[in-house]
Design a binder for this molecule. Structure first.
Ligand code: BGC
Length: 822
């Protein structure tokens, strides 16, 4: 494989689901899994097409309760394309003898190739060379071009092309007992001899989706005048195109799709728009030219160039990650009311919902295409009224954003989930993860730091941040005895702990004083106070008046941000939550021996009628998230503000402690852990980074990727290389760098956007070079370990990087002075 081509050299039915997810093509408006065009959902294949933000709600009676889930709807399958010879069987990849098979995702131009040679039951050999795209140039267009060649037979070739609206949501085994019929067909038509038209509507959210597809046959560039037969049944429309083919001859079949929906802008109605767009669309190669050009430009903004010392494939894997991130969120997303889903628009896992994973996704976008972060933050802004309502209903002030968000911003976390190990439906308490609110505030703050986008802050960001601060102030209660503020009954990022061992997780669930939540709440309150200072006086005044913010509230924020409680145990270990230190140690060796893969210890223990609530076990980074989000300097200030000691060894001690007690049950876990090890254990960090790179590519969770990629882990790896290994930190209007490349990485080149400048940054083990590509007249300040440089547009500067011995001396000096470095 070169570092632009992601290739499979064979066909393996048991890997098909995974490959479909990884070969999904999308453009931020819609996405189609890389399923074979001749396939249907049958346990091996799962063709799926999803619209960004295309949700629908359905109710199901399960385990004695009625639950309502909002799902990302599987739209009509536009791929169906197959053929037969004379009156033989229709071609299905699973029913022929495969002579060769090569599937290649060309990342540079966003093209999927599937090249097959096969022999059918009657010994006839055929070659199928397919190219596929979902246009990045025009988000409503997609296309298939298949060259069919009769190698050693002559006969009547019939090609069948269809649009299939009979699909359901059945891509996730665990959800199969839940209602899954989201579509009703409204219209099937053949408006032209070569065109099929299908209009469906989601049955609750009433989103209309129209697909128009044109199928034509060509030889030597000339369209063939073939005989056509049209068919339509309840939910499916098809056409059969027949022509003679002789041995050695080939024919090219092109299927071009136009897809519109009733949520689209600048249209009259989706059906008209789809037919109109199709009639204006050129041939496949015309679509490809425009599409490849947009991808070329996207890579100019988005690529990362690595020189690996060993012959690794990190460069290719990172590009696969960038590719899928940009297919999930693109410029076509920017104008739409959608968030960034944890599992991409690549499958049905987590129902297309939006979680705190934005925290791992935004940093890369913000430093490359800030307009996308801005658009995604506006998704949150539009749901501020719903977050306010949620806070009010729960008895709090301000805005309480949901753990899982979909169409309206109400809490979409499922009420019940299935443990596939035990077969039991269990209450899902994860909506107690109010820390999502801190993540949203953190994202707003970081976006503003990186872009200096005052307009966003004035009109959207400040209001959200202040309302979130209000929520934290109202959920915190004062402990008179300690004169500290506490937050009770919540869950931290570690989803294994839902309640204290002796309590019912549903009725009296949650934990007290989750350190991550409390410290983040203090940070949010401090930033809210900063924001009030930063706003122009008249604007701040208007905002406070509009949201009715009273001076005594602001005073309380100040007080809580200095007095929130952080629990500790074992002399300096930050307790994940109050009482964590009293839990039992877990038998890691015994369980690894017994079960092998223990990433999902929650499911294993529940099936044994036990619970992780009793043990010191974490699914993913919780306390350690603090070291992921903040530099040592920043954390030290936060701890000092709260009146807690922050010793030099606080970070390494806590890292060692929690790393030994984490099962990495979430793909986000490797990212956070690799990050926190980057300075102290570069080899360990690189190992975890490699594992994170493989999260989806090797499906390390054993079966989750076919249900959708993990966008947080994908974006997290890119951000790790960029921000963590370059040591980027945006603080006090300065862009700090502190590169520390792992031994395996020789050199790293990126192009960043920072405060209206474009900076080309290159680092190896000796030198950091920063050059500004002329853009605007803004000066920006960059720094390397206390050495500052003002960069004007067109300027460049370089810093000689300290050798390890020099770094130690530098750090000792810093330790004796005011700052502490990790
Ligand atoms: C993780 C969460 C994450 C969610 C979606 C869960 O398994 O525990 O932290 O937000 O997946 O990616």
């Amino acid at each position: 494989m070169d570092s632009w081509r992601f290739v499979y050299e064979d066909y393996q039915p048991d890997q098909e689901g995974l490959r479909e997810a990884l070969c999904t093509l999308g453009n931020g408006y819609f996405a189609t899994r890389g399923a074979a065009p001749d396939s249907a959902a049958d346990g091996v294949h799962y063709p799926g097409t999803y619209l960004a933000g295309g949700y629908n709600r359905l109710k199901t009676k399960i385990a004695g309760r009625e639950v309502e889930n909002e799902d990302l709807v599987n739209l009509p399958n536009w791929l169906p394309l197959t053929f037969r010879i004379d009156d033989g069987e229709w071609f299905r990849i699973d029913q022929v003898e495969i002579l060769s098979c090569r599937q290649e995702l060309d990342l540079k131009s966003g093209l999927l190739h599937r090249d097959l040679r096969f022999r059918d039951g009657q010994g006839r050999t055929t070659r199928w060379r397919e190219r596929r795209l979902v246009s990045m140039a025009d988000p409503h267009l997609a296309g298939l071009a298949v060259e069919l060649r009769a190698e050693d037979w002559s006969g009547r070739l019939t090609v069948r092309s269809a649009l299939d609206g009979s699909v359901t949501n059945s891509g996730v085994e665990r959800y199969r007992d839940l209602a899954n019929q989201h579509l009703e067909t409204l219209e099937l038509d053949h408006p032209d001899p070569d065109t099929m038209f299908l209009r469906v509507r989601t049955n609750q959210s009433l989103i209309q989706v129209a697909q128009a597809a044109r199928t034509r046959l060509y030889r030597d560039g000339t369209e063939l005048d073939a005989q056509r037969r049209h068919q339509a049944d309840r939910d499916r429309i098809s056409q059969e195109i027949t022509m003679p083919l002789s041995a050695g001859e080939g024919v090219v079949v092109e299927k071009i799709l136009a897809l519109y929906c009733s949520l689209d802008q600048a249209i009259s109605e989706p059906g008209l728009a789809a037919r109109h767009a199709l009639s204006a669309a050129g041939r496949f190669d015309d679509l490809l030219t425009a599409h490849a050009l947009v991808w070329k430009h996207l890579w100019e903004d988005g690529d990362i160039r690595l020189e690996e010392q060993t012959r690794g494939e990190s460069g290719l894997k990172l590009r696969v990650h960038i590719f899928h991130l940009l297919q999930t969120v693109s410029f076509h997303t920017a104008d739409r009311d959608v968030g960034v889903p944890a599992r991409g628009w690549h499958g049905e896992a987590y129902r297309g919902h939006i979680f705190w994973d934005e925290l791992f996704i935004f940093p890369f976008l913000t430093l490359r295409m800030p307009v996308l972060t801005r658009a995604l933050l506006r998704y949150r802004y539009r749901r501020l009224p719903e977050a306010r309502r949620a806070a009010q209903e729960a008895g709090y002030a301000g805005a309480m954003y949901p753990w899982q968000s979909g169409s309206t911003g109400r809490e979409e976390t499922q009420r019940l989930h299935l443990n596939p190990h035990s077969g039991r439906w269990l209450p899902d308490n994860s909506q107690r993860q109010h820390h999502i609110n801190a993540a949203i505030a953190y994202n707003i703050w970081s976006y503003c730091q990186a872009t200096d986008d005052h307009e966003f802050l004035y009109y959207y960001g400040a209001e959200m941040l202040l309302e979130i601060a209000r929520f934290w102030a109202s959920i915190a209660t004062h402990n008179e005895a300690l004169d500290r503020y506490e937050i009770k009954g919540v869950m931290g990022p570690d989803e294994y702990h839902t309640a204290y061992p002796d309590r019912d997780p549903e009725a009296e669930g949650g934990l007290d004083n989750n350190a991550y939540t409390n410290i983040m709440a203090a940070w949010v309150l401090s930033r809210a106070l900063d924001v009030l200072e930063m706003l122009p006086k008249f604007h701040g005044h208007m905002l406070c008046e509009r949201i009715g913010l009273r001076p005594e509230e602001v005073e309380l924020w100040h007080e809580i941000s200095r007095k929130i409680r952080v629990p500790f145990h074992d002399g300096g270990i930050i307790s994940q939550f109050e009482g964590y230190g009293d839990l039992k140690e877990f038998d890691w060796t015994g369980y690894k021996k017994k079960y092998g893969d223990i990433q999902r210890l929650d499911r294993i223990l529940e099936a044994e009628e036990d619970t992780p609530n009793r043990y010191k076990v974490s699914k993913q980074a919780d306390v350690l998230m603090l070291f992921y989000l903040f530099s040592a300097d920043e954390l030290k200030l936060l701890f000092e503000q709260l009146g807690y000691p922050f010793a030099y060894d606080t970070i390494p001690r806590n890292v060692d402690y929690y790393l030994a007690r984490t099962s990495h049950g979430s793909t986000l876990s490797q990212i956070a852990h690799s990050w926190v090890l980057a300075r102290s254990d570069r080899a360990g960090s690189w190992d975890l980074f490699q594992r994170a790179l493989d999260s989806d590519i090797a499906d390390i969770q054993g079966g989750t990727t076919p249900e959708g990629i993990h966008v947080g882990a994908m974006a997290g790896t890119i951000d790790l290389v960029q921000r963590c290994y370059l040591g980027i930190e945006m603080r006090a209007n300065i862009l700090h760098f502190d590169p520390s490349l792992p031994a395996d990485l020789g050199c790293l080149k990126v192009r960043l956007r920072y405060r209206r400048q474009i900076l080309a940054v290159e680092a190896d083990h000796d030198l950091l070079k920063i050059s500004s590509c002329a853009f605007t007249a803004n000066l920006v300040t960059v720094a390397y370990r206390g050495r500052f440089h003002q960069v004007a547009p067109g300027d460049s500067c370089q810093f000689r990087l300290l050798k390890p011995g020099e770094r130690d001396r530098d750090e000792n000096r810093a330790r004796q002075g005011k700052t502490v470095l990790p």
